[in-house]
Ligand binder design. Sequence first.
Ligand SMILES: [Zn+2]
Length: 113
Amino acid sequence: MHELSIVMSVIEIAQQQATHANASIIDEIELDIGSMSGIEMSAWDFAWKQGVRNTILENAISKINLIEAKAKCNDCDAEFPIEHYYDPCPVCGEHLISIIQGKELRVKSLVVS
Ligand SMILES: [Zn+2]
């Protein structure tokens, strides 16, 4: 389950940030997760509960911003929501599209004390 390894790297980032801020507790963590980031939310929740045990994030509230994927057509420049890489442009039917949003996976903010 790759979600757990991602949770572990989020914990590592949070730990570094907290050390940097001389904080020992993280109260809240906010994450941006794109709908095309490859993360399965049910697996994520499970991995999170397992992963944060006995870490600086154990009691932190985790806020997740789910980001809907969007693509831009390389041919006609239309922007549209997308679910799969192979979805064509709804305007002209072109398959050469660029994902402009939805692959995010990042720690947006941390509240420490
Ligand atoms: Zn197009």
